[in-house]
Structures are given as structure tokens and as C-alpha cells.
Design a binder for this molecule. Structure first.
Ligand SMILES: [Zn+2]
Ligand SMILES: [Zn+2]
Length: 445
């Protein structure tokens, strides 16, 4: 088989993304993430550090690479699309068997990965290589890697392009087309169109939002939403607590700027807030620490919250916990586990969506119920998605004109939704549009 796709994880769920491309016996792995929803389903008090990689695979937290591991000496590289945990957080435990393969990502992705490796295992034998968006790297005589800059919901995300003798393979997992990005440039549309002319053999693309018949809007819309709430709603004597994805650095930057304009001191609370903010600063992508204080450890968080409790209208808190995760700052606030007491009319802004898994929906509902006991004002859905909708997918397909279309990053139902789009391009299910499951091998050509 000259060229084929291995679907390892992420083809039956929105999580644990991992694929591999085999080009004449040389294999590259694309992403290596976990499924947070499955992790949260483990019994409480499970120490995941004590579970073996095999056990995490068995519990569907990690992708199952058992059928790939027998080819481990053929694996030439592990390439990461972006810094979200569903794409990188299995690397510390799963990359070492492929120890001759370097792990390649953009500087920000690798910076975040380093902290995850340190937290989970200390170090790994694989080399860590950084490649800037817009750059190429020769993996072997037959395979050249190119990173194409794409907008999504964290920094330095790329569409992975593999140039092979059989054509280009594009791995677009995750992406949106943000025409007014708050940080960084727009997607490199020009390069994608060029590749469409050069010949794209296969497009593997995140289908999470493909059933939505719309265009996913720019982050600039959230900037306007926040302006409308923060400057348009009475908040003179109230605490303001915003919660968003720690990896959503552009939105955190906006919140910090607005806090300054309001005369409030921005404070970031939570260990993942520190992880992503420091990684962004280490790559010179943003300046956070000169404008906002960050507290990660529980004792530090409690100490500053004691101070905020006495001067509640002098701060704007940016905290973890929008999914209702146990132990996150918002969870602890809702359970009165900190020295800060929520009061009537305090404002809580959910700048997030619920990651589609039943456990998150349940956790979030419980969190809101606990919060409402304090009678705060809750502002939900101050958010736009980082994933392209159907009309964005149509644009991408028009640009790159793939010979084969392979949706990924979703349940079977979500993957099936993208076939209506493939039909619009005269593709046929099983011929050039492929609904796959985890553990499949698809010959391409
Ligand atoms: Zn993802
Ligand atoms: Zn993502």
C-alpha cells in the first residue's frame, strides 16, 4: 500500500485525536491527545499518575495505538497541530515507545507540551522540535512537512501539510476562519489555494460544527459582547468573575484590557491559567504578567481571594472552572471553599461553551445550581466557537479541492453530518468521502 491513513483516535468522539499517515512504509503520527470527558468519568479520587498507559487506553482516555506500535521503528515524526489537550496531552505517556521520532510543533505548542511533560513524567526521550507557521521541514526524502497558519481558539495553530510523492495530505484539526483575529494573523488562505492547485490527495478535517448551517464568527464579536456587558451593565459595587478556557489567550488579553479601562485590577486564578499564559509569554506572543497577577497554587489563590473579598469592586477575576471541573477555582467558589464569599448581584461571565460530553453538561448544571444560591447575575454564552461551521467547511473544500475527504474530531453522528457537504462537491460516500472509525486503515490514491 503506497499511501494510507490510520485512524487511531478522535473518529468516534470529540477527543483523543490521533491519526497516522503511512507513505511507502514511513509513518508520521498526527496529534496524540486525550479524551477529557472519559477522564472525568473515572471514579473520583483516581490518581491518573498511577494508571498505566495500557489502562488509560482501555478506559478510552487515550487513543488505542496497539495496532500501530508494531511499526514503531517506521515512525519518523510525531506532529502536533496545536496546544489543546485533546491533541497533545497523551504525548508524555505515549510518545516514548516511538523514541526515535521527534515531536514537532509550533513554538507555543511545544512550550505548553514541555509543562505537561514536566507535570506528568518529568522528561521523555523524544527530541522536541519547533517549526514556525509558514515553514517547512524535511522528514525524509519522500515526506516534507509544512505548517500552514490557521486561526482557531488558541495561539499558533496550524494545518499540517504533508508533501508526498502521491500528493499533499492536509490535516486540519482544529480550525476556523477568523477574519478579525484579536491576536495573530488571519489564516494563510493564499497558501491553501496554492495547494489546491498543486493537488491535495486527502483532507482530514475537524467536523465538530459542520452540522451548523452558518459561518463561525470572529473573536472580535466576543470583544463587543464583553464591552456591552462590562461597560453597559451596572456593576459599581459588585465582584466580577469571568471564566474562560485557559488556552484562550486572545480573550484573556481582551478581559485584561477591559479591566484596566474599568479601573479594576485583573487577576488570573488557576493552574492552567498560569500554564498557558506563561507559555504565551515565553514565545513573546503576549504580555500578561506586567498587567495582571497570576496565582496558581491553592494557598496563593486563597490568600489573594481573602484580599479581594474586602475590596470586591477593585478587581476583575479571570478563573478556571467553566466546565464545572471539580477543584477548579469557580467550583471552589461555588462550594464556599475559599475565603471569598459570593454576594447577591456579583457578576459571573461564562465566556465559554460546554465541551460536548454528558459528564461536562452534568457538572456545569450542578455548578450553576450551586452558584445561583448566592443570587449572582449570570451571563452565559459570551463566546464564539473556535471550530468552523458548514459554510467555513465549504470555503476550505473550495480552496483545497481534495481528492478524498475524511471528517474527524467527532462522534459517528457528527462525522455523518459532514457527508451532506461532501455531496455538494459531488463526492460519494465510500468512494472519495469517508466515514471512518477508530482503528481503520484507509488506502489513499
Ligand atoms: Zn480539538
Ligand atoms: Zn483545538
Amino acid at each position: 500500500m503506497p499511501i494510507e491513513l490510520f485512524t487511531v483516535g478522535g473518529y468516534e468522539e470529540a477527543g483523543r485525536n490521533m491519526s497516522a499517515i503511512n507513505v511507502d512504509g514511513e509513518i508520521v503520527i498526527l496529534d496524540m491527545g486525550w479524551d477529557l470527558g472519559k477522564l472525568l468519568l473515572l471514579p473520583q479520587n483516581t490518581d491518573t499518575h498511577k494508571l498505566t498507559t495500557g489502562e488509560l487506553i482501555e478506559k478510552d482516555v487515550f487513543p488505542d495505538d496497539n495496532f500501530l506500535i508494531k511499526y514503531r521503528s517506521n515512525v519518523k515524526a510525531i506532529i502536533l497541530s496545536h496546544a489543546h489537550l485533546d491533541h497533545i496531552s497523551a504525548v508524555p505517556r505515549m510518545a516514548p515507545p516511538y523514541k526515535n521520532a521527534p515531536v514537532i510543533g509550533t513554538p507555543f505548542t511545544i512550550e505548553v507540551l514541555k509543562t505537561i511533560i514536566k507535570d506528568q513524567v518529568g522528561r521523555i526521550p523524544n527530541r522536541l522540535l519547533t517549526l514556525n507557521p509558514g515553514s517547512k521541514y524535511e522528514i525524509s526524502k519522500n515526506i516534507t512537512l509544512e505548517f500552514v497558519y490557521v486561526t482557531h481558539s488558541t495561539l499558533q495553530c496550524v494545518i499540517i501539510a504533508l508533501h508526498t510523492p502521491y500528493g499533499i495530505i492536509l490535516y486540519a484539526n482544529d480550525w476556523k476562519f477568523d477574519n478579525y483575529p484579536v491576536i495573530g494573523q488571519k489564516t494563510d488562505i493564499k497558501r491553501l489555494k496554492q495547494m489546491g492547485k498543486e493537488g491535495v490527495l486527502g483532507l482530514i478535517s475537524c467536523c465538530l460544527n459542520v452540522e451548523k448551517e452558518q459561518k463561525t464568527h470572529s473573536e472580535i464579536i466576543v470583544t463587543d459582547m464583553l464591552k456591552d456587558i462590562l461597560f453597559g451593565v451596572e456593576n459599581t459595587n459588585n465582584a466580577i468573575i469571568a471564566t474562560t478556557f485557559a488556552s484562550k489567550i486572545d480573550r484573556i488579553k481582551t478581559l485584561i484590557q477591559f479591566a484596566e479601562r474599568m479601573g479594576r485590577k485583573p487577576i488570573l486564578l488557576g493552574s492552567s491559567m498560569e500554564k498557558y499564559a506563561k507559555a504565551a509569554e515565553a514565545c513573546n506572543l503576549v504580555d500578561i504578567t506586567s498587567k495582571a497577577e497570576i496565582y496558581a497554587r491553592r494557598a496563593q489563590v486563597n490568600k489573594i481571594l481573602r484580599e479581594v473579598n474586602n475590596k470586591r469592586d477593585e478587581y476583575l477575576l479571570i478563573v478556571t472552572g467553566h466546565q464545572g471541573e471539580q477543584g477548579a477555582v469557580l467550583d471552589r467558589l461555588s462550594k464556599k471553599e475559599t475565603p471569598f464569599t459570593l454576594q447577591k448581584n456579583d457578576q459571573i461571565l461564562f465566556c465559554s461553551s460546554i465541551i460536548p460530553a454528558p459528564v461536562n453538561q452534568a457538572n456545569r448544571a450542578e455548578l450553576e445550581n450551586r452558584l445561583r444560591r448566592f443570587r449572582p447575575r449570570i451571563f452565559k454564552d459570551v463566546h464564539v466557537s473556535g471550530h468552523g461551521s458548514k459554510e467555513d467547511h465549504r470555503d476550505l473544500m473550495t480552496m483545497v479541492k481534495p481528492q478524498n475527504f475524511i471528517p474527524c474530531h467527532g462522534s459517528v453522528k457528527m462525522l455523518a453530518n459532514s457527508i451532506s457537504l461532501a455531496y455538494d462537491f459531488d463526492m460519494k460516500l465510500g468512494k472519495d468521502a469517508h466515514i471512518l472509525q477508530n482503528g481503520n486503515r484507509l488506502p489513499l490514491e
